[in-house]
Design a protein around this ligand. Structure first.
Ligand SMILES: CC(C)(COP(=O)(O)OP(=O)(O)OC[C@H]1O[C@@H](n2cnc3c(N)ncnc32)[C@H](O)[C@@H]1OP(=O)(O)O)[C@@H](O)C(=O)NCCC(=O)NCCS
Length: 166
C-alpha cells in the first residue's frame, strides 16, 4: 500500500471511490453515488486548491492502482482560527480493520505538526464504534456531543466532537 498526496490525475478515481464508499456505511457526510454528477474538472480544481494551500492536504491510499482510502485535513481560513484543521477519513469496506485508517491519520497528524496546526477536529457519529476507537487510540478526546448532527433518511443522529491537541 502506498499513502501519498492526491494529484489532479486522481480526480476520476476519487469520484468513483466516493460513489462506492458512500454506500458502504451511513457514517459519512455523503451516500452512495452522491458524487455521480460531479464533473471531473471541478474535482481536479478542488484537488489543486488543496495542494496549493499550505495548511490543507488530501491523501490517498493506493493498493494495486486502486484507491482504498481518502483522508483530508482542511484548515479554517481566518487568521485567528487557522491553527485549527478539520479531519475526514474513509477506508473502503473490504480493507477495514487492517490498520489503513490508523496509517492515514498518523500521516495527517505528521503533516499537521509540520504545518504548525495546533488542534485537529473531527465529528463522528456517536454509534460509530470503530471510528471512535481509532480516534481515541490516536489521542483524540471527546469534547462534546452535537445533537442531531446528521440527518440520514429523515432520521437524526448525534455526533461526538473530538479534538486532538498538538
Ligand atoms: C472508521 C474507519 C476510517 C476506520 O478505518 P480502518 O482502516 O478500518 O481502521 P484501522 O484498521 O486502522 O483500525 C481502527 C481501530 O478500530 C478498532 N476496531 C477494529 N475493528 C473494530 C470493531 N469491529 N469494532 C470496534 N472497533 C474496532 C481497533 O481499535 C483499531 O485500532 P487498533 O487495532 O490500533 O486497536 C473505517 O472503518 C471507515 O472508513 N468506516 C466508514 C466511514 C467512516 O466511518 N469514516 C469516519 C467518519 S468520522
Amino acid at each position: 500500500m502506498i499513502i501519498r498526496k492526491a494529484i489532479k490525475e486522481d480526480a476520476k478515481n476519487i469520484i468513483d471511490y466516493f460513489n462506492k464508499v458512500g454506500g458502504e456505511s451511513d457514517n459519512l457526510l455523503f451516500g452512495k453515488d452522491e458524487f455521480k454528477n460531479m464533473p471531473i474538472d471541478n474535482y481536479e480544481k478542488i484537488i489543486e486548491n488543496i495542494n496549493n494551500s499550505k495548511n490543507d492536504i488530501m491523501l490517498v491510499a493506493v493498493i494495486d492502482d486502486s484507491i482504498v482510502s481518502v483522508g483530508f485535513l482542511q484548515s479554517l481560513k481566518k487568521e485567528r482560527l487557522n491553527h485549527r484543521a478539520n479531519l475526514a477519513i474513509s477506508v473502503s469496506k473490504k480493507y477495514w480493520g487492517q490498520g489503513i485508517g490508523k496509517a492515514m491519520i498518523n500521516y495527517l497528524i505528521d503533516f499537521a505538526k509540520q504545518a504548525n496546526i495546533k488542534v485537529i477536529e473531527l465529528q463522528v457519529r456517536c454509534d460509530n464504534e470503530r471510528g471512535i476507537r481509532l480516534y481515541e487510540n490516536l489521542g483524540f478526546e471527546k469534547i462534546g456531543i452535537y445533537k442531531k448532527y446528521f440527518c440520514i433518511n429523515n432520521l437524526y443522529y448525534d455526533a461526538f466532537l473530538m479534538n486532538l491537541y498538538l
